[in-house]
Design a protein around this ligand. Sequence first.
Ligand SMILES: Cc1cc2nc3c(=O)[nH]c(=O)nc-3n(C[C@H](O)[C@H](O)[C@H](O)COP(=O)(O)OP(=O)(O)OC[C@H]3O[C@@H](n4cnc5c(N)ncnc54)[C@H](O)[C@@H]3O)c2cc1C
Length: 365
Amino acid sequence: MKYDYLIVGSGLFGSICAYELKKKGFKILVIEKRDHLAGNIYTEDSNGINVHKYGAHIFHTNNKKVWDYINNFAEFNRFTNSPIANYKGKLYNLPFNMNTFYQLWGVKTPKEAQAKIEEQKKLYHIENPKNLEEQAISLIGKDIYEILIKGYTEKQWGRKATDLPPFIINRLPVRFTFDNNYFNDKYQGIPIGGYTQVIEKMLDSVEIRLNTNFFDDRQTYLNIANKIIYTGPIDQFYDYKYGTLEYRSLHFENETINEPNFQGNAVVNYTEFDIPYTRIIEHKHFDYVDTKHTIITKEYPKDWKIGDEAYYPINDDKNAKLYEKYKKIADNEKQIYFGGRLAEYKYYDMHHVIEKALNFTNKLA
Ligand SMILES: Cc1cc2nc3c(=O)[nH]c(=O)nc-3n(C[C@H](O)[C@H](O)[C@H](O)COP(=O)(O)OP(=O)(O)OC[C@H]3O[C@@H](n4cnc5c(N)ncnc54)[C@H](O)[C@@H]3O)c2cc1C
């Protein structure tokens, strides 16, 4: 065996494992099927603007240990996510807060806003919501549902809200303060210089092979290292023998525009159904850079099939049961560990991935 650990995938999970295990003195090889490092947090410098190639990534956490850890690899700016919603040309602040309530109904005090929401909820007596539409209306009333939730959600999931299960929306947080900060977390920001350099630092002295797919030479890779950390899709590892785990995918359309400021905000959601994209990202606002041009990305949700980029796992009963079948055999593997969003079939934010990877590598002797 040439290596102690083979790590399949150079995303955040694989790269933290590589960094931590290297520190412990192990010999590591990282293979990555893409032509670049960093998995889905990859950012690419395009004439001074860091473009988030796999969707906007905003780092946020309440965990001081995780925050301190990631700050070892980059300095973070003070970016605060304050998305705007555009519905039929009118703008609303998100998340739902006093600014939104004022824009919707002209109410100026928390008491007035609370009364308005209660009045809206009471218009429909929904005791046991049977679908997402009923669930949302029972939680927040019709105005917010129709203007800010319905179209966006239907585009995101590719199904009518009345055909979606209620559990997708368990809670709809509302804030009775004039506060547009999307996240409640204590720490938030974007690494100055982008995310790719964070991963480059983690993998600084690690042997890496790009454009290298584990499945192109599976047997060789199984024989090359004592242990394998696999961060790709778990069902693919087992040749989809029980069936395929389902995802929603995204299509990104990038555009360079010859003006310094297109929409005045990093994230604008388009909440009406008739506009086919869910949001426009203007990357330069993540970094506060001063350039004469700007780059925007329109994000179109789409169905997923094997071969497409897998973005959001579909956490329904069918997929949960299928995942459990794969997990059962994976748990009995002696040589192979499964970790990260694809191998665990779970939507993880970056801070979850860091916590998971650190706990995991701590246990490895
Ligand atoms: C649209 C979108 C927006 C997001 N925004 C945020 C955000 O704002 N804030 C936040 O905290 N989190 C966000 N996330 C979550 C974040 O992207 C993940 O937490 C993180 O990327 C997971 O890292 P990972 O290493 O588990 O997976 P990945 O980044 O997917 O890494 C897996 C790697 O394995 C490689 N690989 C797979 N199979 C093979 C193979 N057979 N051979 C070789 N290599 C292989 C892949 O190419 C990939 O590079 C977002 C996710 C999405 C989908």
